[in-house]
Design a protein around this ligand. Structure first.
Ligand code: NAD
Length: 303
């Protein structure tokens, strides 16, 4: 049983924290939006009113924040206008930091390096599997950092996930995650495109999805996170695209992917195209809908 400070209780953080509580860990939660932490009380969590108080006397700090700037501010800079410095300067050397946010590899490396200067181990451990995977405790963790840190974190990550990969040194988890998410944007867009073409030509979207799932075009988007409304229960497409993985987060991940490609001189024409489709969704004001709402760019009634 570990004492854990959990920071960021959004769509992903909440169910991840609940699984840690179910596994018997003692958990203190903090979110800058107070209401986000409230549901954890029923599961036995303590609620802190600052990040600093959430990480007092803990063995492990886990964060699940939106983007690079939030992680840099939390660990390095401290909140603007506040006297609190970043958490790295407040934690004791035996604390393990596990940041599960999807952010730039450079930011993960900067936090890991500042932490290492104080003898603290920091891992980047972004996840794949969506809100469904977070609830079910079946996430995939893609971890960057030292071997020792990975071995220490693994039992805790196993309480939230099924597949735990050590991708390499600090930042390597983010590289693996960003490659995956660029491909996810491409496959989700392609799946929406194919489903609409089938419907436009008289096929039932559920029948077509079953066909594709059992054929060579099969992929996670069509068989586990279908974007066409009514094909699957318990996915955002069947709840007017509410919740899930928001368009603005996918656009953030595509920006990370395209920036990484530019730095490495990698060619990403399909990543560029998927990015422009998601930018079109943003222009339609769909930033806060699930990313499978890309289907709306194709459905005749929404065009
Ligand atoms: P979210 O916006 O629902 O939740 C983020 C939470 O962090 C919010 O509740 C916000 O108030 C809180 N927060 C922001 N700054 C904070 C700070 N300084 N201290 C404490 N709390 C703070 O986002 P999410 O969907 O939970 O995603 C979190 C991360 O996981 C993102 O990097 C995202 O790209 C990644 N991710 C999301 C999914 C998904 O399906 N939603 C899947 C895989 C990875």
């Amino acid at each position: 049983m570990a004492r854990i400070g959990f920071l960021g209780l959004g769509n992903m953080g909440q169910p991840m924290a609940i699984n840690l509580l179910k596994a018997g860990h003692a958990l203190t939660a903090f979110d800058i939006v107070t209401e986000q932490s409230a549901p954890l009380v029923d599961h036995g969590a303590s609620i802190a009113d600052t990040a600093s108080s959430a990480v007092q006397d803990v063995d492990v700090v886990i964060s699940m924040l939106p983007a690079s700037e939030h992680v840099a501010e939390l660990y390095l800079d401290g909140p603007g206008g506040n006297e609190d410095p970043g958490l790295v300067s407040q934690l004791s050397a035996d604390t393990l930091i596990i940041d599960c946010s999807t952010i730039a590899a450079e930011t993960s490396k900067a936090v890991a390096s500042a932490a290492a200067d104080r003898g603290i181990t920091m891992l980047d451990a972004p996840v794949s599997g969506g809100v469904g995977g977070a609830v079910a405790g079946t996430l995939t963790f893609i971890v960057g950092g030292t071997e020792g840190g990975f071995n220490a974190a693994k039992p805790i990550l196993e309480d939230m996930g099924r597949h735990i990969f050590h991708a390499g040194d600090a930042g390597a988890g983010q590289v693996g995650k960003i490659c995956n998410n660029m491909l996810l944007a491409i496959t989700m867009t392609g799946t929406a495109e194919a489903l609409q073409m089938g419907v436009d030509n008289g096929l039932d979207p559920k029948v077509l999805s079953d066909i594709i799932s059992a054929s060579s075009g099969g992929n996670w988007a069509v068989s586990s996170y279908n974007p066409y409304p009514g094909v699957m229960d318990n996915v955002p497409a069947s709840d007017d695209y509410r919740g899930g993985f928001l368009v603005r987060l996918m656009i953030k991940d595509l920006a990370l992917a395209l920036d990484m490609a530019r730095r490495s001189g990698s060619e990403t024409p399909l990543g560029d195209l998927a990015n422009s489709r998601y930018e079109q969704l943003r222009e339609q004001g769909l930033d806060d809908m699930d990313f499978s709402s890309i289907q709306k760019l194709y459905r005749a009634t929404d065009r």
